[in-house]
Design a protein around this ligand. Structure first.
Ligand code: SF4
Length: 358
């Protein structure tokens, strides 16, 4: 049994009903999230990387449907009985307990996740009192996640006092490197600098001791120095707390710095997946190679990714055959535009979907 397995996503398919038609921004995605490891998900805008992870907390637009054949399995300490959240309502007690409790989230724009009318401290206090209970620490529990959630809900009357939660808030702000935490805790988000707000958002997300942190382009808007500090901070906190991170970005350079495993997404599908070093040193899929070619040198991993030539097609016009054939410099005429490539394991744990590797 894989005791480090926390989330197993199988055949995830998410569809949206739009005025222009029916689109499937995520189609048949598989990935696993493991304790203490970072999964990097990389791809251009429109690749489905954010939708495929927001499905884990059901934070999707109202017109989205997770197809019932999908499985999103939450494990705790490798328990034999995972909780499949696919059929659960976004407002169910289980999903509310997962969101912000088991799974923390940070985004590119911290102001989007902070309320402007509450102090930073109050927002941490609220998260801690809502999700942290003596009987339900996700990092310490040995029960299945389902029973842990039930325990957490039963333990609703054991909320931390406001004073205790305030101590947690000050401690978290200190741990993410915010000086004068006792003062900052009383400030409003707009009173902090951009880098400090990003750190404060990490503090909010980590204050509930999530076992999984979803980081959706968290450093994209920051300058290179602050970005490096935030990545370093995330690595430190991961080592300390043992949490898993799903790091979403369009920037292969950032992925190279932080991820243990990389999934490359294109038009709703994972086209290549493998251990980071193996994938960077021996990328097989023409799209991955295009992304990597945009980095001038592996000594300069802070360089932003330029786009692969051509545009990603609209999800309303998904190409037949290989999804990438409209842009691929290695297209095999007569095959690639007609037949979808199967997933092939080129070396252990390194998978690619491309007819060149049948
Ligand atoms: Fe290119 Fe064909 Fe491979 Fe698709 S299957 S990436 S079109 S060579």
């Amino acid at each position: 049994m894989d005791n480090d397995l926390l989330i197993d996503v199988k055949n995830l398919r998410v569809s949206f009903h739009t005025d222009e038609g029916f689109i499937t921004p995520v189609d048949g995605v598989n990935y696993q999230v493991r304790r203490g490891k970072t999964l990097g998900i990389v791809g251009e805008s429109g690749s489905g990387k954010s939708v495929s992870t927001r499905a884990l907390t059901k934070l999707l637009p109202k017109n989205a449907v997770i197809e019932p054949t999908s499985q999103i399995l939450f494990y705790q300490n490798g328990a034999a009985q995972p909780l499949n959240i696919t059929p659960l309502s976004p407002n169910s007690k289980e999903i509310r307990a997962i969101r912000g409790g088991q799974v923390g989230m940070i985004f590119q724009e911290p102001m989007a996740s902070f309320s402007p009318v509450y102090t930073v401290g109050n927002q941490i206090i609220e998260a801690v009192r809502q999700h942290r209970h003596a009987a339900a620490s996700p990092l310490a529990a040995t029960a299945t996640i389902g029973s842990q959630i039930d325990e957490s809900i039963r333990a609703g009357n054991k909320k931390m006092s406001k004073l205790e939660a305030r101590d947690v808030a000050v401690d978290m702000l200190e741990r993410v490197g915010i000086g004068n935490a006792g003062l900052r805790v009383n400030q409003y988000p707009h009173e902090l600098s951009g880098g400090m707000r990003q750190r404060a958002m990490i503090a909010v997300a980590l204050s509930t001791h999530p076992s999984v942190l979803i980081a959706d382009e968290p450093t994209t808007a920051l300058d290179v120095t602050i970005q490096a500090q935030i990545l370093e901070l995330m690595r430190e906190l991961q080592a300390e707390l043992g949490m898993a991170i799903i790091f979403i970005t369009h920037d292969m350079g950032v992925i190279a710095q932080i991820a243990d495993e990389v999934a490359v997404m294109y038009l709703g599908a994972i086209v290549e997946r493998g251990p980071t070093r193996e994938l960077i040193e021996d990328a097989r899929h023409p799209y991955t190679r295009g992304l990597l070619a945009a980095i001038p040198s592996l000594d300069r991993l802070d360089t932003r990714l330029s786009s692969v030539p051509g545009d990603i097609p609209s999800p309303l016009e998904r190409p037949a055959g290989c999804l990438f054939h409209t842009r691929c410099p290695h297209r095999i005429d007569g095959t690639c535009e007609r037949f979808a490539p199967e997933r092939t394991e080129v070396v252990p744990n390194h998978f690619v979907r491309c007819h060149l590797y049948r």
